[in-house]
Design a protein around this ligand. Structure first.
Ligand code: FAD
Length: 411
């Protein structure tokens, strides 16, 4: 089998890249380890930056997103029992975020790929990359009981943190940076309307809590828990009782409970692998980096990587230029590191760290107080939360001026 771009992994990064390439007339094949049903059943992220929404529109997969996505103009911080709303739209000069589940994004992309008749090999086993530093890379795999080989011009490693692509880069050529946090998030999904219209990030002495949602009828709640906890040890009632304790009274009172559709614990990790290209292999999404979910950046970073990678590959095939390919890693990493910083900072600001001192506790409180009382500090949080711009060469460059031409509020 031969194609132009072999894509490893049918998560959001692989599917979105495949969709953009297919629409640009660039041949591609996706190899996915799991079944399609398994991929579609994964419950994950749900807050999309404007840049990702725009990219999904460009990819022609935004009909349902535009109909069903919930545009949020604000976000809430809760501490000391009080709710503080940050007006994202005002603070950023017009930017918002859109609540639309990763599961829905994946579903839309799978359907669009089917409609275009592009091949995805599900349940591909023993995927292995060969000759990535040659002009003729190959991917070997087993499917339907037979050993197969896919020859290609380029390989896009979109196979997540546990995939094989990153490991194909010689160890000496790869630098990794990591922080593992001493707690996890216990998540619960329920078919009940959200306790608050916009997300609530709550800092509490018992630990962090988040009220999120996937739609107007489906809520996603999280509790910070020690890493040793097991999701099956938490009854739904115990979860809701603990959540109420960590929320301001008015949000706790509005909590609508019901049987959990899903309950699981996700560990928190910051991770970056550099570079994101080796020869003809590109890494994109979780294959290259992980953020703790506190800043809602994981899925959005997968989208920005795909933006840069698609532009680079299109430039190669359409214009015969490899400038984008040469710049891909630096361009993607410049944005990745800023999102890593934001996610790490939000995590440090809102969680209880085992063994933290009374001084550190006061520092968190003072920073939160500063954040909600200083327009400049609020604006800094807001512009990161809605997503930094995608442009830039070696870096993302200076931030865009506010869209209405004004400066930050209060200046
Ligand atoms: C439990 C959980 C909860 C999360 N919650 C949030 C959240 O609330 N907010 C947020 O912003 N982000 C969240 N994230 C992160 C977000 O979901 C990811 O950043 C996003 O899925 C990245 O997309 P991706 O396509 O790069 O990787 P993935 O979605 O991981 O997709 C990779 C794909 O590659 C496949 N694959 C793996 N190995 C192989 C192989 N050897 N051969 C072939 N295929 C392979 C996998 O099966 C998978 O389908 C969460 C992640 C997890 C795991």
């Amino acid at each position: 089998m031969r194609t132009q771009v072999a894509i490893i992994g049918a998560g959001p990064a692989g599917l979105l890249l495949g969709q953009l390439l297919s629409r640009a007339g660039i041949d591609n094949v996706i190899l996915e380890r799991r079944s399609c049903a398994y991929v579609l059943s994964r419950i994950r992220a749900g807050v999309l930056e404007q840049g990702m929404v725009d990219l999904l529109r460009e990819a022609g997969v935004s009909d349902r997103l535009d109909r069903e996505g919930l545009v949020h103009e604000g976000v809430n911080l809760a501490f000391g029992g009080v709710l503080h709303r940050l007006d994202l739209k005002r603070l950023t000069g017009g930017s918002t975020v859109t609540v639309y589940g990763q599961t829905e994004v994946t579903q839309d992309l799978v359907e669009a790929r089917r409609a275009l008749g592009r091949p995805t090999v599900y349940e591909a086993e023993e995927v292995a990359l060969h000759g990535i530093d040659t002009a003729a890379p190959r991917v070997s795999f087993r499917a339907n009981g037979t050993q197969q080989e896919l020859r290609c011009d380029f390989i896009a490693g979109c196979d997540g943190y546990h995939g094989v692509s990153r490991g194909a880069i010689p160890a000496g050529a790869l630098a990794t940076f990591e922080r593992v946090y001493p707690f996890g998030w216990l998540g619960l999904l329920v078919d009940r309307p959200p306790a608050a219209e916009e997300l609530v990030y709550a800092r509490h002495e018992r630990g962090f809590a988040l009220c999120s949602m996937r739609s107007a009828a489906r809520s996603r709640y999280y509790l910070q828990v020690p890493l040793e906890e097991r999701a099956e040890d938490w009854t739904d009632e115990a979860f809701y009782d603990e959540l109420r304790l960590r929320l301001p009274a008015e949000v706790a009172a509005a909590l609508r409970t019901g049987p959990a559709l899903e309950k699981s614990i996700a560990p928190l990790r910051s991770f970056v692998a550099e570079p994101m290209r080796f020869g003809r292999l590109f890494l994109a999404g979780d294959a290259a980096h992980i953020v703790p979910p506190t800043g809602a950046k994981g899925l959005n970073l997968a989208a920005s990587d795909v933006r840069y990678l698609f532009d680079a590959l299109r430039e190669h095939y359409r214009d015969g230029s490899d400038a984008g390919i040469a710049a891909y890693s630096a361009r993607a990493l410049a944005r990745v590191w800023k999102a890593e910083r934001f996610s790490w900072w939000m995590t440090g600001l809102l969680h209880r760290f085992p063994g933290s001192s009374a001084f550190e506790d006061r520092m968190q409180q003072a920073e939160l107080d500063y954040l909600v009382s200083s327009p400049a500090a609020s604006a800094a949080l807001a512009e990161n939360y809605v997503g930094l711009p995608y442009h830039g060469e070696a870096g993302i460059g200076p931030l865009q001026p506010f869209r209405d031409g004004s400066g930050p509020p209060g200046r």
